[in-house]
Every structure is written in C-alpha cells, then in structure tokens.
Design a protein around this ligand. Structure first.
Ligand SMILES: Cc1ncc(COP(=O)(O)O)c(C=O)c1O
Length: 423
C-alpha cells in the first residue's frame, strides 16, 4: 500500500464519503493516520506528528495501541473467538464483575454490546419495558448516537436530516440544566426514561448547575421513570471518578458506557443496570439479542481496560493531568482573554469556549498546523473539545499547552478575517 494521502483522499471521495473528503480539503487538510503510539500519531508519510487531544471521544482513553491491551487482545485471540452470545462465559462474567465493582452498589447486572448508540437504544428499551411507558426525555443539545432510538433522543436536527423527526408523543427534548422543564414533562406521567449525557460533549461540555444530576435523579423517580446516565464520553475515569454523574452525587438506574471500554481496539459498550432496569432478564432473557453482544475476545480486552483504569497509577495520572490543565489553561486564557472566554473542566473533560461562533473551529485548524489534533464541538463551534488520554505524560501535556499558546494568534486572525468578510 504505497499510495499517497492525496491519492487515498481521491479514492475516498469516489467510494467512501465525498462530503467528508471535501470538508477536510476545504480546511486544507489531507490527513491520513499513519503510525501511532500512546498520545501521538503520525500522518501517513510520517512527516508530521500530532498529539491526540481528541482521543476519538475517549476511544483512546488509554492512548493509542496500549501495549497491555494489545497483549490481552493477541493472547485472547489465541484462546477464544467471538464466542456465542447465547451461552454464559467466564470472560463475560469477569468483565461484568469489574464493571459492577466500579459502579454504585445499586447496580446488579450488565448487558454488553458493541457500539454506544446500540447500548443507548437497549437502555431505553429496557426502561420502556420496565415502566410500561414510552416517552423519552433527553437534552436538545445531546448526542447519543446514530442508531434509531439514540438518534431520536439526540439533538433533533440530526434525526430530521434523515426524515426521522422524533414523534412528539414519544420524545421530548429539554434544555440542559433546566429542571423546571424536566418536571413539567414528567408531570404527564408517561415518561419511561430520562437520559442525560452527564456533561454534553457535542455541545462543548457546558458545566452542570449545582446538584443537577441529583435533582434529575429525584425528579425522575418521583414521577416513576428511570434515569439513564449516558457516560459514553464522560465515564471511565475521565471526570476523575469512574462515572461523572456519581462524582456529582447521583445514582442512576442505568449507566451506559462505550468508547474507551474498547481499549482502542475492540468495539465494546455496556448497559449497567439496577434490579428494576434489568427486570426483563428475569422474565425473558432471550428478549434482546444480537450476534456480538458479550463477544468473548471483546470481554477480554475490555476487562484489561477496566483493570488499567482502576489502578492507583492511572488515578494518580488523571489527578496530575487535571491539576496541570487547571493551572496552565487560565494562564493562556488571561493572555488571550478577548478571544478565549471560558474554561470548562471536570477532570480531563475540557471545553475551551471562545468569543467567536467558529472560534473552536479556528483553534482546531490552527492547532493542526502546530501538531495537535483536537475537535471543535459540533453543536457549538465556538468551543474546542480538549480531550487528552488518561495516561498522557506531563511532558506531552506541557507540549500541548505550549502549542495551544502558539496557535492562538492564527486562530484569532482567522476569526477576525471571517468577521470582516461577514461585515
Ligand atoms: C455521549 C455519547 N453518547 C453516545 C455516543 C454514540 O456512541 P457510538 O458512536 O459508539 O455509537 C457518542 C458518540 O460520540 C457520544 O459521544
């Protein structure tokens, strides 16, 4: 495979996704990932190195090609294959035990799947079956995935673009941090599930008001619904605790996780459930099946990921990174205060808010030139998502801060030009 990145983009335009190819080209970027290790990846030709500050939303929570995960995968492949979703398995049990040990005491069962959206769909179905109600209440600024139910529960513009406008009798979208709106929907007493992204990623990680999650839990239960915490971006230690909603004092009925559970290698997601949410598995355990749920090789990989996540060294590194960014980001912000207006941070979950509607995009493009890959928040492009992996070394974090400093000037120039053009 000796094709250049340009040739690969040309082919991808024809047979993969013309609009994505055009979008990257319009940004002046023809990036194809080449070698990768830890916090870094190179372009195809190996000419440019990037620090990964997007981590694919947390897929690379433990960095690229984590050697311990790789070893577990390779050794696992010598032992097992996908297994059979019908049978119990020691590998499934081990993963479930690890997930339950890392969750609040009310959690009793785990259902393991592959994609985040798929797991969100499953959790909502479990809530509908348990409560015998149908309405789903979710945040209008959320992204829960691209499968049927998860897409309808997400920011409604996405489903609308696929001619799947959410049925108002089944879905209600409310504002983040607005408990009055939540209660007024719940009062109809037809809600099965309230699903909340613990800190909405695609909206740029706006921080919760005090006691938000605890109040969501109380209101949801007061009106007989189940609270599902979407921890696909915020879980697995990214907040500094295993689950972000628990850090804020809430105890949901279901926790949905994904992305980093893969160890960056094997797509895995899970719904962690209390007794009530898992009741369908007592009535009819065959009611919800899929070929690859609880796949054995994936469970081996995910168990290793969970083991690494719960180590003292990992927790200490997350604390180090949290404190480092909490100390360094305000210094940059003070320097560019007119443009860089707000730092949003909870552990290594970070959003850098700017004063310009495309400021997050401008920073993303400028950082690419300086060798950092991070992404603007798609539902609020004034914000840059800043997402290091949990094991990033201090030297790399220092590099990130210095490159952020160097990128500010270009980003400000870009938005100033845009503002001048738009009058
Ligand atoms: C918060 C959140 N929930 C759900 C999903 C969907 O996960 P997946 O892409 O694995 O289907 C995503 C993906 O970005 C996400 O960020």
């Amino acid at each position: 495979m000796n094709k250049t990145a340009h040739e690969i983009y040309d082919e991808a335009y024809k047979i993969w996704n013309p609009d994505r190819v055009n979008t990257f080209r319009s940004f002046g970027v023809e990036l194809v990932m080449g070698e990768r290790e830890g916090s870094y990846f190179k372009d195809l030709e190996g000419h440019h190195t990037f620090i990964n500050m997007h981590s694919n939303g947390g897929v690379y929570n433990l960095g690229h090609r984590n050697p311990e995960i790789r070893e577990a995968l390779v050794k696992g492949a010598e032992l097992v294959d996908a297994g059979n979703h019908y049978f119990p398995s020691p590998y499934k049990n081990e993963l479930n035990e690890r997930l339950l040990a890392a969750s609040p005491d009310n959690m009793k069962y785990v259902f393991v799947l592959n994609g985040g959206g798929e797991a969100v769909d499953a959790a909502i179905k479990f809530a509908r079956r348990t409560t015998k109600k149908s309405r789903v209440v979710s945040l209008s600024c959320a992204f829960h995935g691209s499968t049927g139910i998860s897409m309808q529960a997400s920011n409604p513009t996405i489903a609308e673009s696929f001619n799947m406008k959410p049925d108002p009798d089944l879905y209600t979208h409310i504002e983040y941090n607005n408990l009055e709106q939540l209660e007024s929907v719940l009062k109809k007493k037809d809600t099965a599930a309230v699903i909340i992204e613990s800190i909405p990623a695609t909206a740029g990680f706006p921080m919760p008001i005090e006691n938000y999650h605890k109040n969501v839990e109380e209101l949801t239960h007061k009106y007989g619904a189940l609270y599902i915490a979407d921890e696909i971006q915020t879980g697995l230690m990214r907040s500094g605790d295993m689950w972000c909603c628990c850090k804020y004092g809430a105890t949901p009925d279901m926790i949905v996780t994904g992305k980093g559970l893969s160890g960056g290698y094997y797509p895995m997601s899970a719904v962690i459930m209390n007794e009530e949410a898992a009741s369908w598995m007592k009535d009819d355990g065959f009611a919800h099946t899929s070929s690859f749920n609880g796949t054995e090789l994936g469970c081996i990989v995910a168990s290793k990921a969970m083991e690494i996540l719960t180590r003292e060294e990992t927790v200490a590194n997350v604390d180090m990174l949290t404190n480092f960014f909490a100390q360094e980001l305000p210094k940059i912000q003070r320097k560019y205060a007119d443009f860089f207006t707000e730092i949003r941070q909870c552990g290594v979950i970070m959003g850098l808010k700017t004063a310009h509607p495309f400021g997050g995009g401008a920073l993303m493009l400028s950082l690419i030139k300086h060798g950092v890959w991070s992404m603007m928040a798609n539902f609020d492009r004034s914000v840059l998502q800043f997402k290091p992996n949990l094991l990033m070394k201090k030297e790399t974090a220092e590099e990130v801060i210095s490159k952020l400093d160097q990128s500010m000037g270009d980003a400000i120039e870009m938005v100033t030009e845009m503002a001048a053009k738009n009058g």
